[in-house]
Design a protein around this ligand. Structure first.
Ligand code: SAM
Ligand code: SF4
Length: 325
């Protein structure tokens, strides 16, 4: 299994399949996608993805999340899901999406073997949703979520970034969403990136403030194992769904890191906020997995213990659409 110099083990790959997005979320891509059609032309091909996934799986990767940009903009996303699912060793295939294609695509993704779905929704108020994303599609996305539940998908999460003076008053609406439905609400603390400095300074809301509110309302924290990933999980006897809080600024956040990332152009990101990325595309040109295995086993030794967000240093990450969060 892949492990680094700090004895962290990596069983989870987040693979971006395109950096293009059709939304313009204020904290991520306020001006929309800044890359042209040539960027799509350079995306990893299906055979390259097949070799990549097989190579990672042979080193102990068990879970793959397909992300972006907006992954559903790739016409072959269903084929990518099926390919990941049929790779020996992979037990979980997940997608993170803005959800705008959900009603059209979720049946096919489900048939292809999708195990887990994360849908990003930052407000349940239509006007505010449109203000944040530049799209009037909340209704469609909620319809898609319901369809995913109808299909019996057991692992559905709603990702939401709560921001000061912005949508922090949305928490009550989100709690209602999980009162009767078995979804997990994933509250993500806003992270600083190269492009969102001014927005971050104005709107960053500490996860501690969110947890304080949850505690006041009777939510209780679950004990977690070290390998469980970075979210702090909460439950409440009156709610069917649960809550996870992602707090990248908290002490020891990186100690439980279990993930690696690859961009849609085949760059390995050892950390979401690394200074440098390494291309592994040259290892994906033949079916021999050995060059990729050697590359990964060497590269992982250079993984730093922690990000440098506390020093206001997001590394080379201009926005999370570059790599998928
Ligand atoms: N387009 C898809 C979506 O929105 O779900 C996948 C890519 S998006 C980059 C993945 C996740 O990152 C979303 O849940 C989004 O809200 C989150 N995200 C983007 N920028 C962020 C930031 N600066 N801080 C915290 N979360 C962010
Ligand atoms: Fe697009 Fe997702 Fe970024 Fe919003 S958060 S702009 S949907 S990549």
């Amino acid at each position: 299994m892949l492990s680094d110099a700090f004895d962290r083990r990596f069983s989870y790959l987040r693979l971006s399949v395109t950096e293009v997005c059709n939304f313009r979320c204020d904290y991520c891509l306020p001006e929309g996608t800044d890359c042209g059609p040539e960027s799509r032309a350079d995306d990893l091909t299906l055979p390259e993805i097949r070799r990549l996934v097989a190579g990672f799986a042979s080193l102990g990767m068990r879970k793959i999340r397909l992300t972006g940009g907006e992954p559903s903009l790739r016409r072959d996303l269903t084929d990518i899901i099926a390919l990941c699912k049929s790779t020996p060793g992979i037990d979980t295939v997940a997608v993170t999406t803005n959800g705008y294609r959900l009603p059209k695509d979720i049946d096919a993704w489900h048939r292809a073997g999708l195990d887990a779905l994360n849908v990003s929704i930052d407000s349940l108020d239509h006007a505010r949703f449109q203000m944040i994303t530049g799209h009037d599609s909340l209704q469609t996305i909620l319809r898609g979520l319901d369809r995913a539940a109808e299909l019996g998908m057991a692992r559905i999460k709603v990702n939401s970034v709560l921001m000061k003076h912005y949508n922090e008053d949305s928490l009550d609406d989100f709690l209602e969403l999980v009162r009767h439905r078995p979804f997990t609400l994933r509250l993500i603390e806003l992270m600083q990136t190269g492009d969102n400095d001014a927005f971050f300074q104005r709107h960053h809301l500490s996860g501690d403030a969110v947890i304080q509110r949850l505690n006041q309302e009777g939510w209780q924290e679950r004990l977690r194992e070290r390998s469980a990933g970075p979210a702090r999980e909460f439950w409440h006897p009156d709610y069917v769904g649960g809550i996870g809080v992602i707090m990248p600024y908290s002490k020891d956040f990186c100690a439980s890191c279990n993930r690696l990332r690859v961009s849609s152009h085949g760059e390995l990101f050892l950390c979401l906020f690394a200074d440098q990325h390494q291309s592994l595309r040259h290892c994906l040109q033949t079916d021999d997995p050995e060059p990729l295995r050697v590359f990964l086993q060497t590269a992982i030794q250079g993984k730093a213990y922690s990000h440098h967000l506390h020093q206001q240093n997001p590394g080379a990450t201009r926005h999370l659409a570059m790599i998928g969060g």
